[in-house]
Design a protein around this ligand. Structure first.
Ligand SMILES: Cc1cc2nc3c(=O)[nH]c(=O)nc-3n(C[C@H](O)[C@H](O)[C@H](O)COP(=O)(O)O)c2cc1C
Length: 312
C-alpha cells in the first residue's frame, strides 16, 4: 500500500507515521516501540542533557534495529551539544524545530543525514526547501506543545504547504485516528506526525498522572501567545496563566508565574494541578492508555476504512 510513498522511501519505514519528538514523553522506550511498529520514533532531545541523549540513543538501539531519529529544538541552549552527540553516535535522521534549519543544514548534509524541519507557515516551508531540507513537517494550531503564532489550522496549513513546496510534506496537529490521517493524505501530505496520541500510551515516559489527566480532560487552549505559545490542558496552572493574560500581565509577570521546571513537574513528575500539561486538541478523543502497537492497529484499520468510504 505504501510502496511508492515518499516518506516511507525517504526514511525507510513501513507506514508514513512519525511519532513527534516530545519533551518528557518521547524517551527510548516509546521511540523503539514506534519504530518496531513500522513508524519512525523520534527521541525528544529537548528535555535531555546531551549525555542523557547519548544513553537514550544506545537504549533505542538495544531494543530495535529499525530506523529512528532525534528531534532537536534549535532554540534550546543545549541544541549544539546535543547535535554533536547525536552525530558522534551515528544518528542519521534529524527532525529540527523552533529555529532556522539553515544553522545546521550544511553540517547534517555533509554527514549524510536526512533533515526534516517543523514549520507553521507556507513561507517557512519554502525557506526550508531552499535551505536543503529533505521534507517538512507542517504543524497546525491544533497541535500539542509549543506552537507557531500563525494560528493556521492543519487543514489549511497542509494544503498551503503542499502547494508551496516540492519536497514531501508531513502533516501534524489534530491527528489521532486513521480517518484524520486519510484527510491529510487526501490533501497531498505524504505522511503524518502524531504527538498527543503517542504521549498517552503505555510506552511514553510521561507520568501516569499526566496520561490519566488527558484521558479525563477534554479542554485545551493555546496560552502565552505573546510569549512562547503553548497548548495546555486545563488545570489550576493554566487558569492562573489565563487569568494573568486577561488581566494584561506583561512578559516579566508571566515569566514570574511560569517559574522554572513547570513542564517537567506536570508531565514527568505528575503534578497535574500546578504543572504544565502540554497536549493537543485531540485530548478530547483520547480515552485510554493503550500500547503503541494497538495505536498502530487502530490507525491502519481506520485509515483503510476511511479510504473505502471515500471510494464508495
Ligand atoms: C507533550 C508534548 C511535547 C512536545 N514536545 C515537542 C518538542 O520537544 N519538540 C517538538 O518539535 N515538538 C514537540 N511537540 C509537538 C509534537 O512533536 C507534534 O508535532 C505535535 O504533538 C503534533 O500534534 P498533535 O499533538 O495534535 O498530535 C510536543 C507535543 C506534545 C503533545
Amino acid at each position: 500500500m505504501w510502496n511508492n510513498n515518499k516518506i516511507c522511501n525517504l526514511l525507510n519505514i513501513k507506514y508514513p507515521i512519525i511519532q513527534g519528538g516530545m519533551v518528557y514523553n518521547s524517551g527510548a522506550v516509546l521511540v523503539a516501540a514506534v519504530s518496531e511498529a513500522g513508524g519512525l520514533g523520534l527521541l525528544g532531545s529537548g528535555s535531555m542533557r546531551p549525555e542523557e541523549l547519548r544513553s537514550a540513543i544506545g537504549e533505542v538501539r538495544s531494543m530495535t534495529d529499525k530506523p529512528f531519529g532525534v528531534n532537536l529544538p534549535l532554540l534550546f541552549k543545549q541544541a549544539g551539544e546535543s547535535l554533536e552527540v547525536a552525530l558522534e553516535e551515528d544518528v542519521k535522521i534529524f527532525f529540527t524545530s523552533a529555529g532556522s534549519p539553515k544553522r545546521v543544514a550544511n553540517k547534517l548534509k555533509e554527514a549524510g543525514c536526512t533533515l526534516v524541519h517543523v514549520v507553521a507557515s507556507p513561507a517557512l516551508a519554502v525557506k526550508c526547501e531552499d535551505a536543503g531540507c529533505d521534507a517538512i513537517v507542517c504543524e497546525g494550531f491544533e497541535a500539542g506543545g509549543h506552537n507557531g503564532r500563525e494560528e493556521l489550522t492543519s487543514l489549511v496549513l497542509t494544503q498551503l504547504c503542499v502547494d508551496a513546496v516540492s519536497i514531501p510534506v508531513i502533516s501534524a496537529g489534530g491527528i489521532a485516528t486513521g480517518s484524520q490521517m486519510a484527510a491529510m493524505i487526501a490533501l497531498g501530505a505524504s505522511g503524518v506526525q502524531i504527538g498527543s496520541r503517542f504521549a498517552v500510551t503505555e510506552e511514553s515516559s510521561g507520568h501516569l498522572n499526566y496520561k490519566q489527566a488527558v484521558v479525563d480532560g477534554t479542554d485545551t487552549q493555546l496560552v502565552l501567545k505573546k510569549h512562547i505559545p503553548v497548548r495546555l490542558l486545563q488545570n489550576k496552572f493554566r487558569d492562573m496563566i489565563t487569568e494573568a493574560e486577561l488581566g494584561g500581565a506583561d512578559r516579566q509577570k508571566l515569566e514570574q508565574i511560569l517559574g522554572t521546571g513547570r513542564a517537567r513537574s506536570g508531565m514527568f513528575d505528575g503534578d497535574v494541578v500546578e504543572g504544565e500539561l502540554e497536549i493537543g486538541q485531540v485530548a478530547a478523543q483520547i480515552k485510554d492508555i493503550p500500547k503503541v502497537a494497538e495505536v498502530f492497529n487502530r490507525l491502519i484499520t481506520d485509515y483503510c476504512e476511511a479510504v473505502k468510504r471515500l471510494g464508495a
